[in-house]
Design a protein around this ligand. Structure first.
Ligand code: G3I
Length: 347
């Protein structure tokens, strides 16, 4: 049955049971996933897309939306719920695209991962340069979390409450993260408490890159989570983004790392998986590169499937056409599971 089209978007959502032409429903990712296991993608829009020579993917690309609906059972706004988009002025929120994504998800029986509430990046200038007192900043963060989480209460499965709060050596980001710098580390617990008050059913996560394996950074999360749980702070999950590169070996201790957080009683998740590679001069990956990429994706999926409570597995975009990778890493690319024309790679 086709459900209502999302409000505020140029295009209607495809019917919930839609599958792209020439493709059997049983051949989609969401169909083959085990019961209760969500297979997700970032929803392309905002961020780097704004400087690219194409219109906003989510609101403009019909084929993109068809594949998004057909293949995935979880969606993560790539940029559209970040502060600079959803809270562009102190007294103004812009919910249009975030609403449209949540409505699209509901129309297509998908869950949503909210991204993100407390981060050092993609904050609006009014916030970063506002010269606010600590009391004002605390009020601003509390109001933001209460408003945004409250608006989607009951409709967001998992929130990345705190994103990338540690640096590579496992130190808290006390300079570039405005919240930790101005309010101290205690603000992290408050962010989780406020999010929980606004939506008691949402699973609240720490999310970061470079924490796939057991290392200084993931150790820092482990210690922090242990302390917060002992203090009764509502922390429910730990997620590894998993922006991987074939330049480096696969983090073979991913499963062990996820398991130690599961053993603390947390949900775990893979939230932003992609596997980039150095592109040959003609821009076309070799068969061997594609095989290595497939192996990395498979190992990441296997690690998650093997850990109880790792029920959410998200890739950071599904087509190279809209990937962030070539914009950030010169000479690298082909990081997603589909070519520009939405045909499938070996992975
Ligand atoms: O803010 C500048 C603006 O001043 C400038 O005029 C403009 C010119 O292009 O660029 C603006 O910055 C852009 C930024 O988004 C803010 O919107 C960057 O160019 C753009 O590359 C950036 O991209 C996003 C990036 O997060 C920002 O960190 C990507 O679209 C998005 O895919 C990426 O997603 C992150 C996750 O949220 C967290 N984990 C890592 C992941 C990949 O970086």
């Amino acid at each position: 049955m086709a459900l209502a089209a999302p409000v505020g978007t140029a295009l209607a959502a495809p019917p919930a049971d839609h599958v792209p032409p020439g493709q059997a429903k049983k051949d989609t990712l969401r169909w083959v996933a085990p019961n209760g296991f969500h297979i997700g993608t970032a929803v392309a829009g905002g961020g780097h897309h704004e400087s690219q020579p194409y219109p906003d993917p989510f609101t403009s690309d019909t084929q993109y939306r068809e594949v998004l609906a057909a293949e995935f059972s979880s969606v993560s706004p790539e940029n559209q719920m970040k502060w600079e988009y959803i809270h562009p002025e102190r007294d103004r929120y812009n919910f249009a695209t975030a609403d449209a994504i949540v409505e699209f998800a509901e129309a297509n029986r998908q869950v949503v991962r909210g991204h993100t509430l407390l981060w050092h990046s993609q904050n609006p200038a009014w916030l970063e340069q506002g010269d606010f007192t600590p009391d004002e900043l605390r009020t601003i963060l509390r109001e933001h979390i209460t408003t945004v989480v409250g608006r989607y209460a009951g409709r967001i499965q998992q929130w990345d409450v705190a994103n990338e709060i540690f640096d590579e050596s496992g130190e808290l980001r006390t300079t570039d993260n405005i919240w930790i710098r101005e309010l101290g580390p205690g603000i992290i617990a408050d962010a989780f408490r406020w999010a929980h008050q606004a939506d008691p059913n949402a699973e609240l996560f720490f999310n970061d890159y470079g924490v796939e394996g057991v290392n200084a950074k993931s150790d820092a999360y482990y210690a922090l989570v242990e302390q917060l749980l002992a203090d009764g702070v509502p922390v429910h999950g730990f997620s590894a983004q998993a922006h991987l590169s074939t330049r480096y070996g696969f983090p073979g201790d991913l499963e062990a790392n996820l398991r130690r957080f599961a053993d603390l009683g947390l949900e775990t998740a893979i939230t932003e998986l992609d596997v980039r590679m150095d592109l040959p001069a003609d821009g076309k990956p070799t068969a061997a590169q594609l095989e290595q990429q497939a192996d990395y994706y498979q190992q990441a999926l296997t690690a998650c499937l093997n850990v109880e409570g790792c029920d959410s597995f998200t890739i950071w975009g599904f087509t190279d056409k809209y990937s962030w990778v070539p914009v950030f890493f010169e000479g690298e690319g082909a990081a997603t599971v589909m070519w520009d024309d939405f045909t499938r790679k070996p992975v």
